[in-house]
Write a protein that binds this ligand. Structure first.
Ligand code: FES
Length: 110
């Protein structure tokens, strides 16, 4: 089973598990500040669940590509929307600062 490293925790999940759901179920601070209450609850429109992911995950689909092409995100950032990402193997997750997690300084690391 895949393992996720995030915010100092190691979490085991099912292959193809939704990254957002696994992180929230394990009390990882996926959202920064008020984004924890003001978010789209995983439908891929708000962009606040943005994280950097290293490891084997699903490819971005049209919904994620669309949101990541809009400010403050950038399609060239390489970051992912956790709500649109399936875990396929071991992964390491980093959260960056800013309401949308769009910043350059880390909030937390794997
Ligand atoms: S929770 Fe809104 S885009 Fe992921």
């Amino acid at each position: 089973m895949p393992q996720i490293q995030a915010q100092g925790k190691t979490i085991t999940c099912d292959r193809e598990a939704n990254l957002r759901k696994v992180l929230l179920d394990n009390d990882i601070d996926l959202y920064n500040g008020q984004a924890s209450t003001i978010n789209c609850h995983g439908i891929g429109t708000c962009g606040t669940c943005c994280v950097a992911v290293e490891g084997e995950v699903s490819e971005p689909q049209w919904r994620e590509k669309t949101r990541m092409s809009l400010p403050p995100h950038s399609p060239s950032s390489g970051r992912r929307l956790a709500c649109q990402t399936k875990v396929l193997g071991d992964v390491r997750v980093t959260k960056y600062e800013g309401f949308w997690g769009q910043g350059s300084d880390t909030e937390w690391t794997p």
